[in-house]
Ligand binder design. Structure first.
Ligand SMILES: Cc1cc2nc3c(=O)[nH]c(=O)nc-3n(C[C@H](O)[C@H](O)[C@H](O)COP(=O)(O)OP(=O)(O)OC[C@H]3O[C@@H](n4cnc5c(N)ncnc54)[C@H](O)[C@@H]3O)c2cc1C
Length: 390
């Protein structure tokens, strides 16, 4: 068994690391200052400028197929790069990306929605969650009613990332009440903001924030159906499933950076005449953090590797999301504890991570939903205990 990375993986990771260190990390103090003043840490024009710089560095569209100008990187490579991004608290991501399900668009839709999103000229959001349907996404109530060649959309979506900035929404609505939402009863629509939906920012404990979207008899032309009529729920699940190993990959970068800060602090801060690091209570927090970090790293890489094998990665991805999200919360909590009062201030990024990372246990499938998936697979005999090594 070989746990080492290939030369190519190491080289790409090093280039990403260099970019983050030289171009992104210098903005960190300014991000904290702005957020303390209740301003966005990074403005959209600044994000775009960084993404353009990164493009010149060779980073554009990590997951985007080459025919759209992307890198089409294997999942393991994407995971490694997201870990590098996670090392900085600047809300940066590489450009050239689009929601995975936008690739199901037809040629006309690709020109109108997909390509401008990849280029950063348009902003999308994906909306399935409703006030009455989160974990139980099949309980959505937004209706899509046919009217000639058009559809009329009525209802409300909530907690939609980018919902207040998006030019268009990918919306899943009930298009046939007589059928199960999961099997033919729902459809995904590409809905321009100019068609009449409204959004309202939702303040949260994190920086930035999602929005609710209100559809009050919004008329959508039939040509704006994404994929097939009746395929909405399946597309929605594909959108959600895609990020499951990416989210904890980013968390590993956060945990690594936070743990490094804790180690440096423990070695320099003195109490009772000696460095904090000489206390077993502190040493154990560091040891537990490193052990959990390492366990998360291999769960995630195993999930990414499964994707690269072309095998069904749902089980492995759910385990990596469940464990990685928990891990980063536990590590950041210990790092905050090791920093004492300073950890609680807004001078340092620790309290920011503490707030931001909490979301990881909720969105794109809560901890409980990941457990449901993992246990259901086992109880039904769909997966073996021990996975591919069993
Ligand atoms: C900041 C943010 C961004 C988001 N972005 C998006 C987005 O872009 N697009 C989108 O569509 N949605 C988005 N969401 C919605 C997110 O996916 C949902 O919040 C999530 O799926 C949980 O749904 P809920 O909030 O309705 O909680 P509920 O489903 O009401 O669950 C409440 C609690 O009960 C638990 N629970 C529920 N059912 C069970 C059960 N059967 N067994 C055990 N426990 C259970 C849950 O795990 C949770 O802990 C976002 C949410 C947030 C907070």
């Amino acid at each position: 068994m070989d746990f080492s990375l290939s030369d190519e993986e190491k080289a790409i990771r090093e280039t990403a690391r260099t970019f983050i260190r030289k171009e992104v990390m210098p903005l960190e103090q300014e991000v904290l200052r702005r957020e303390r003043a209740h301003e966005p840490g990074l403005r959209l024009d600044e994000l775009r400028e960084l993404q353009t710089k990164a493009r010149a560095f060779g980073f554009w569209g990590l997951a985007t197929p080459e025919e759209y100008g992307g890198m089409d990187l294997p999942a393991v490579m994407q995971s490694l790069i997201w870990t590098e991004i996670g090392r900085s608290w600047v809300p940066f991501r590489f450009g050239g990306e689009a929601d995975n399900i936008l690739f199901f668009a037809n040629d006309e839709q690709k020109a109108e929605f997909l390509r401008p999103t990849i280029e950063g000229d348009r902003i999308s959001c994906f909306a399935i969650t409703e006030p009455g349907a989160g974990s139980d996404a099949a309980n959505i109530r937004m209706t899509a009613r046919r009217d000639g060649d058009d559809w009329i959309l009525d209802g409300e979506k909530t907690f939609i990332t980018n919902g207040n900035d998006a030019d268009f929404a990918i919306v899943v609505a009930v298009s046939d009440r007589d059928q199960d939402v999961r099997a033919g009863g729902s459809t995904a629509f590409l809905v321009d903001r100019s068609m009449g939906w409204r959004s309202e920012f939702i303040p949260t404990m994190g920086e930035g924030g999602p929005a609710s979207l209100v559809f009050d008899s919004v008329r959508v032309p039939g040509r704006n159906v994404l994929g097939e009529v009746g395929q909405g729920f399946a597309l929605g699940m594909q959108w959600i499933g895609k990020g499951r190993y990416i989210i904890p990959s980013h968390a590993v970068g956060v945990a690594e950076r936070a743990l490094r800060m804790a180690i440096d602090h423990a070695n320099t801060r003195e109490t009772f005449g000696k460095p904090l690091a000489t206390n077993q209570a502190i040493q154990w927090m560091i040891a537990d953090s490193e052990t959990e970090l390492e366990a998360a790293r291999w769960l995630i890489l195993r999930a990414a590797w499964t994707v690269d094998q072309g095998a069904d990665a749902r089980h492995a991805s759910s385990m990596s999301k469940l464990y990685g999200a928990r891990m980063v919360n536990d590590v950041v909590d210990r790092v905050l504890q090791i920093h004492g009062g300073m950890g609680y201030t807004r001078e340092l990024p620790i309290e920011r991570w503490y707030r931001q990372m909490r979301l990881l246990r909720i969105f794109e499938g809560t901890d409980e939903m990941q457990r449901l998936i993992i246990s259901r697979d086992l109880l039904r005999g769909y997966t073996e205990i021990g996975g591919h090594l069993a």
